[in-house]
Design a protein around this ligand. Structure first.
Ligand code: GAR
Length: 215
């Protein structure tokens, strides 16, 4: 069974979605640790209650990005993960960190990338008047919120939407697609192919909302 380490900065609802799938027997991974750059992250309590080893590494205690990322990598490597899962981990990562975990570092972002990288994605989607919004799980590259797309989910934007109502609609889909992406990784079904992700043996009933080329 593959070992995963989950990195969070706050609430940790995507992490919780993975715990729930694992507990239901639908996510065959060992969640080896949950690590936060914020000691007060709510998700740390949730993970500890579930019996998962937790660590916090306060980025403010480090002289700079390199020093923090080196310490973070050392902390992650203690758990020898096959996959590192960024789940609301709100830090820009150094190129050295990203290349250390190349091909085994996933992120979820609350927009249909490459639209709306960065912050405040839901408000920006409303401001632009887009009719379709969503979320993306991707392999991480050195560029912010960029990299080969594993899976996306789209949601409609309604006239009466507020930032909160749209965020909630997207978050429900995040909780579906992130465990799915990790499941595919755990099953060795993801192939990185020239900047694209190929899904091995994709069943047709999973095709409706997802972006990877299926054959
Ligand atoms: C999620 O919406 C995730 O997509 C977003 O932070 C939230 C974390 O929620 N991530 C990013 O914006 C990364 N660029 P959670 O802590 O409840 O999972």
């Amino acid at each position: 069974m593959k070992n995963i380490v989950i990195l969070i900065s706050g609430r940790g609802s995507n992490m919780e979605a993975m715990l729930a799938e694992r507990d239901a027997g639908r996510l065959p991974v060992n969640i080896a640790a949950v690590i936060s750059n914020r000691p007060d992250a709510k998700g740390l309590e949730t993970a500890a209650r579930a019996g998962i080893p937790v660590r916090s590494l306060d980025h403010k205690a480090f002289a700079g990005r390199e020093a923090f990322d080196d310490a973070l990598a050392a902390c992650i490597d203690e758990f020898a993960p096959d996959l590192v899962v960024l789940a609301g981990f709100m830090r820009i990562l150094t190129p050295a960190f990203v290349s250390r975990y190349e091909g085994r570092l996933l992120n979820i972002h609350p927009s249909l990338l490459p639209s709306f990288p960065g912050l405040h994605t839901h408000q920006r989607a409303l401001d632009e008047g887009v009719r379709i919004h969503g979320c993306t799980v991707h392999f991480v590259t050195a560029a912010l919120d960029h990299g080969p797309v594993v899976i996306q989910a789209a949601v409609p934007v309604f006239d009466g939407d507020s930032e909160d109502s749209l965020a909630a609609r997207v978050l429900r889909q995040e909780h579906r697609i992130y465990p799915q992406a990790v499941r595919w990784f755990a099953e060795d079904r993801l192939r990185l192919d020239g900047g694209r992700v190929r899904l091995v043996d994709a069943p047709t009933d999973e095709t409706a909302l997802i972006a990877p080329p299926l054959r």
